[in-house]
Design a binder for this molecule. Sequence first.
Ligand SMILES: [Zn+2]
Length: 406
Amino acid sequence: MEEFESTAVVNQTIMTRENLLEVIAMQESYTICTRCVMDTTAEEISFDQEGVCSFCHYFDTTVKSTLERAKTKEGRRLLEEIVRKIKESGKNKPYDSILGISGGTDSSYLAHLAVSLGLRPLAVHVDTGWNTPESEANIHKLVEKLGLDLEIFVVDWEEMKDLQLAFYKASVKNCEIPQDHAFLAVLYKKAAEKGVNYILTGGNLATESILPRSWGFNAADSRHLLAVHKLFGTKPLKNFPILTFWSRYLYYPFIKGIKEVRLLNLVSYDKKEAKRILAEKYGWKDYGLKHYESVLTRFFQGYYLPTKFGIDKRRAHFSSLILSGQMKREEALEELKKAPYPDSELLKQDKAIIAQKLGLTLFEWEAILALPPRDHSEFPSSEFLYKTKDLLVQKLGIRKRWHNLR
Ligand SMILES: [Zn+2]
C-alpha cells in the first residue's frame, strides 16, 4: 500500500468522481511484483504463487539468454561477425552505417562503441523542435571527439506541431508517436540516400526489456499516425517523414538491403558504466531520467502519462534494470517515492513553454490535457499486419536470428 501511494496515480489533478472510484477500486486490488517493481497499473500483468510477475517470467524465458550470451565467447564471435559484415558492406563508401543519435545514454554510448569497434557510421540526429540545450551539447561534443560526420534532419516545424497537437487532441496514451516515427523514418531514408546497408540503433534489452503493451502503441504504425492526423490535424503533411509497414519490412530490407542492428545487445551493456565512460571521455552530461532529452518527452512521461493514465514509465525502466542486475529493487522503490517530475517549478515552466510553442494559450493547452482518455484502438491502424508479422517471425523459427540483430 505504501508503494501504491508513491505512484503517480494519486497525483491525479483532474479528479472526477469516476476517477476517484476507479482509483479506490485499483487500490483494493493493487499488487506489485516481489522481484521487480511492475504492478497492476499494467493491465496485462499476472502473478505466480510467489508473487513474481509475468514480465519477470518473460525476461527469464526470452531476454536473459541474449544478455548472458553477450558475456560469452559465442557472444564475442557474433559481435565480430556482424562488425565484419558491416565493414565489408561499407567498403569504398564514405560510411558503413547510419547511427541514430539523440544525446541520451544509449545512443551516445552506441556511438562510442561503434567507433571503438572500427566502424565508420554517419551520425544522424532528428530535430523535432524539442531538444534541450544539454542534449544538443552532448551530441556535438560526442561527434566532434569521435570524428564523426553529423547530419541533422530538421522536421518541418509547422507539420510536427500539427501532428503532435493532433495526438494530444486524440487524447491517447502514446503522444510520442510523431517524434518516434520521424526518428525511425529518417534513419531509413538516410540509409537509402547514402547507399548504406546497416542502421545502428541504441535499442537494447539490458535497459529496456520491459514495456507493457497496454502502456502505449506502436510508433512505427504509419496508418495509425495518418489516421489520427486526418481526424485532428489542421494542415496537410507534405514533408513529414513516413515509414510504411511495407517499406520497413519489404522495400528497404529486400530491395535496398537495409537492416537494423542493435549492437548494444551484443555487448554486456551497463548503464552506469556507460555514463561514467561518456562523462570521462567526452564531457557528456547526464540529464537525469531516461528520455528526458526533450522538453515534451519530459512533460509526456513525467506529467501526461501519470496524471491521465496512471502510468509511471519509470517502473518499466527500473524493472528492466533490476532484471539485468543493474539496480536494486529497494533503490527503485525509493526512487519511485519521488514525484515523476524533477520539480514542480520545472513542470509549471515546461507546461507554459509547450503551450507557447504549440501556439496555444495555457488555458487551451489545459483544456486539451483534460479531455477524457481514449484508446488507440478507436482509430484505424495496421495492428493486424504487425501481429501477423510477429506470428510469422515466431512460426518460422527465425526469432533467434532476429534477436541476434535486433
Ligand atoms: Zn516482476
